[in-house]
Design a protein around this ligand. Structure first.
Ligand SMILES: [Zn+2]
Ligand SMILES: [Zn+2]
Length: 322
């Protein structure tokens, strides 16, 4: 009997039928057709090499899908929404509670339906809305953060529910298997995250001075990756910042430049990444078009199916479905 599931994932038409998979890729090649065994299907590049694995939707428990929206990503504010149909989390709350509520409502989500907030580090562009967000519902929203980060956040009058963990630890949050990993940044105990649910893995890696080996390992197998592309080195050099700040940004505990992000894409980007979002773009020392050109050029040499998205400062992204 024919069993078909149709949907859209990452802008790609998807149809699962008879345990096989039909996939139409409208990116680099038109109408790529794959059909293979029960477990998963694969994608090939123009040389016939397998460059990605696509898992059948039936294997994602109950047919659930993962929804992602980058509410904001820049030096002026960061927050990313990631959800299954049962678990809704934010990574960082670097916008006001009101702005987060507004941006969630725009994608049909209720701020009171959130299940948790995961914090990367204490800098205000990631935490300025955190204390207010903790009180957004009763019982209070649990806040996951590293042992070293917790003392550096001003909670004001509130006594939030904190779930402290050691950087590098993995833990479950509802449907998600969360993995944290230390990132080199001038904060107390900063981490990046991957969240995996129903065969889909999302990676968040911003605010890092350089690409560590641990980062490369953790970001392996991600389907959607938010990667920092903070500044253009030349713009930073001639830009308005005082020299001490320029040095900080460029340091190994600062932010990732376009040049280093390009190097990562050329050499380390996992073949599985179907959406690469370049974000945390500096409003003073970078430009989205520079980032886009860099990203496209770097991807050009890879013959991947990866779609490039540039997170413009202050602008909420589209919704990504997996
Ligand atoms: Zn930041
Ligand atoms: Zn930071």
């Amino acid at each position: 009997m024919s069993q078909a599931v149709e949907g859209r994932a990452n802008g790609l038409a998807l149809r699962v039928e008879h345990g096989g998979l039909h996939r139409h890729v409208y990116a680099r090649f038109h109408r790529t057709y794959c059909k293979c065994g029960r477990e998963a299907t694969h994608r090939k590049n123009i040389f016939g090499e397998i460059v990605g694995i696509w898992y059948k939707r039936e294997e994602r428990s109950g047919g659930a899908i993962v929804k992602i929206c980058i509410l904001a990503s820049s030096s002026a504010g960061n927050s990313t929404f990631i959800a299954t149909d049962r678990t809704r989390v934010l990574i960082d709350a670097g916008l006001s509670r009101r702005e987060i509520a507004k941006r969630l409502a725009f994608i049909g989500e209720d701020i009171q339906a959130l299940d948790a907030i995961l914090v990367t580090h204490e800098h205000s562009d990631h935490t300025c809305g955190l204390a207010a967000m903790a009180k957004v519902r009763e019982p209070q929203l649990p806040i996951y953060l590293t042992e070293g980060t917790a003392p550096f956040i001003d909670w004001g009058e509130s006594a939030p529910v904190l779930e402290r963990f050691q950087a590098g630890r993995c833990f479950p949050v509802g449907d998600f298997d969360v993995a944290s990993f230390t990132i080199p940044h001038d904060a107390a105990d900063p981490v990046g995250y991957t969240l995996a649910a129903q065969g889909v893995k999302i990676g968040i890696a911003t605010d890092l001075g350089y690409v560590t080996d641990s980062l490369r390992v953790h970001l392996g197998g991600t389907d959607l990756l938010l990667l920092e592309s903070n500044h253009d080195l030349e713009m930073l050099r001639v830009g308005p910042y005082p020299w001490s700040v320029k040095q900080r940004v460029m340091s190994r505990k600062g932010h990732l430049s376009n040049e280093v992000a390009a190097d990562f894409i050329e050499n380390d980007l996992d073949v599985r990444v179907s959406t690469l979002v370049l974000g945390h773009i500096s409003e003073h020392n970078n430009h989205p078009e520079l980032v886009r050109n860099m990203g496209l050029k770097a991807l050009d040499g890879r013959a991947l199916f990866t779609r490039l998205v540039v997170a413009e400062p202050g602008v909420q992204s589209e919704v990504f479905w997996y």
